[in-house]
Write a protein that binds this ligand. Structure first.
Ligand code: GLN
Length: 556
């Protein structure tokens, strides 16, 4: 059992990507490796966080029945977006208990106190909270050869200090060579003096020392291609890490390149040495798959223009899994996706002319009224013009409203989430959701089996009549309406295990699919999701057919 903790001196420098790259390298080296993440915030999970502030909420396949006390349980399935990165690098489904938050830890300790488990004692950060943190980490680590644990936030954060203390204790308690710390630092290049500055890194080494920790390896994030030996020497001097333990992570065009960048610097051999691991033979097949994937993205034959229409457009992180899924499918066709994120409120203000330049449109997941009319207009635009279209969750629901309004003639048709007074509630709350009062972890979540109807486009794409996909919703498309829509070309193409509509498509459109589930969460670089592969293929087809003018005939 080996543990590698990843700490950082600054947020937003790609700690998650570096953690995932190291995990992938160890997997390539033949080790059974997993990743966990500690998030020092008090939330129990990422489910109720604002995507503008915190980025995408990632949904795992499994639901974890978290039981902080005997008679209390919470469903945890919604995790930090870094888990998307981990799953995409590792091609492995991770368990929700791998996302350890302060909220979970404190809740367990407080309720344990109430139950009398600490009877007679004063319950304190040390040892009670640290014990719970260590217990959670060791539970994961005991099932794997190597466990990488990313510590969210930065080493100076108040909130993170108790986790650093837990690491200090683990390092002391576990046998020698069981634990190592890889510290990620940012080394800025100052243009006006022409030098790399290691001072911020030096300060962070000192902060680690204040917690009784020294790191065993350093990964320096630089905006340039390399870091001069002089700067590496300085990092080494101030951290007690030998110079061959200082690695460089430059900016890369495609994040997966980092696997190779770090491997070329022999980070794995250094890690083997620190952790006392014996070298195994490399999985050359996996190396080849990764390098052809990267090659395909770096030498595209063509460009496809894709519009992502949504309501959370302030940061790219909100749609990170969709952007990634588009990249995976684009590598499959060796094309470059030019993706524009379009604010649906801008469509409400300025009209749909923004959409004319695109070969495909994705209507994104979301919640609430703001921007929903713009999304409905975009759905209708794709329908009318024959533009390949994929509506995901909210996107599929609003595309159904657009179809009801403009094709079936049901004026003001809508989801009751947006318009509770709509005369045609084509999307309505799931019956079991009516009684829900607490918002955290109570949506319909996680992986659910799906039956795909034969003789549909969806069946053609999946090549199978069953699959499993991840869900995150409270509302659903209503069967009673959709039965009438069949006469107008709206076909239900998948049904989930509980009999709900999981997908629909339009008969007379080359590619118009709406899915209640989230295919973006299960797309992997080396195993792109069939829906995104289909969308890119349809976009390419439309591009070549229209020869730039997009003038094809459409029934609608
Ligand atoms: N707001 C919608 C629902 O709750 C869609 C959710 C989503 O897009 N993930 O059903």
């Amino acid at each position: 059992m080996k543990l590698i903790f990843i700490t950082g001196s600054l947020s937003g420098i790609g700690k998650g990507t570096i953690a995932a790259s190291i995990a992938t390298i160890l997997k390539i080296c033949g080790f059974n490796t997993t990743i966990a993440k500690v998030d020092p915030y008090i939330n129990l999970d990422a489910g109720l966080m604002n995507p503008h502030e915190h980025g995408e909420v990632y949904v795992l396949d499994q639901i974890w029945d978290f039981r902080p006390a005997r008679d209390l349980s919470y469903r945890i399935c919604e995790v930090d977006q870094d888990f998307g990165t981990y799953e995409r690098f590792l091609h492995q489904n991770l368990h929700p208990s791998h996302n350890i938050t302060s909220g979970q830890v404190y809740l367990s300790v407080i309720l344990r106190e109430r139950s009398g488990k600490y009877l007679g004692r004063t319950v304190q950060l040390i040892p009670h909270v640290t014990e719970e943190i260590k217990r959670r980490i060791l539970e994961i680590a005991s099932k794997h050869e190597v466990t990488i644990v990313e510590i969210g936030g930065t080493v100076g954060d108040y909130e993170a200090s108790v986790f650093l203390e837990a690491i200090r204790q683990l390092k002391y308690e576990l046998p020698p060579k069981a634990v190592m710390i890889v510290h990620i630092v940012w080394v800025p290049f100052l243009k006006n003096t022409g030098e790399f500055k290691t001072k911020p890194a030096q300060h962070s080494f000192r902060l680690l020392l204040e917690s009784g920790l020294t790191c065993d390896a350093i990964v320096a994030r630089v905006d340039e291609n390399n870091l001069p030996l002089e700067a590496k020497r300085k990092l080494s001097l101030y951290s007690n890490v030998p110079i061959n333990g200082v690695f460089v992570a430059p900016n890369v065009a495609i994040i997966y390149e980092l696997i190779f960048t770090l491997m070329q610097q022999k980070i794995h051999e250094y890690i083997f040495n620190i952790l006392g691991l014996d070298k195994r033979s490399l999985d050359t097949e996996l190396i080849n798959k990764w390098s052809s994937f990267i090659h395909a993205l770096k030498s595209p034959r063509e460009v496809v223009n894709i519009a992502l229409v949504g309501k959370y457009t302030l940061t790219k992180d909100t749609y990170i899994s969709i952007l990634e899924a588009l990249r995976h499918a684009s590598a499959y066709y060796q094309v470059r996706p030019e993706i524009a994120i379009i604010d649906s409120e801008a469509i409400e203000r300025e009209g749909i002319q923004h959409l004319q330049a695109y070969d495909a449109i994705i209507l994104t997941p979301g919640f609430g009224k703001r921007g929903s009319e713009g999304m409905i207009r975009a759905a209708y635009y794709a329908l009318r013009t024959g533009t390949p279209f994929l509506g995901i969750c909210f996107g599929a629901q609003l595309a159904t409203a657009a179809f009801a309004r403009y094709i079936v003639g049901l004026e003001r048709a809508n989801s009751t989430e947006i318009d509770p007074e709509t005369p045609y509630p084509v999307v309505d709350i799931l019956p079991e959701q009516r009684s829900v009062t607490n918002l955290g972890g109570t949506m319909r979540l996680g992986g659910i089996e799906i039956k795909i109807i034969e003789n549909t486009k969806l069946y053609e794409l999946y090549g199978s009549n069953k699959t499993r996909e991840r869900f995150r919703h409270r509302y659903h498309i209503v069967w009673d309406f959709v039965k009438i829509f069949a006469n107008h070309g709206y076909i239900v193409s998948a049904i989930d295990a509980e009999g709900n509509i999981a997908a629909f498509e339009l008969k007379d459109h080359q590619f118009y699919i709406g899915v209640q589930y989230h295919p973006e969460y299960s797309s992997r670089p080396l195993k792109p999701h069939p829906l995104f592969v289909g969308l890119i293929q349809a976009a390419l087809k439309r591009r070549s057919r229209a020869d730039g003018s997009h003038s094809e005939q459409n029934k609608f």
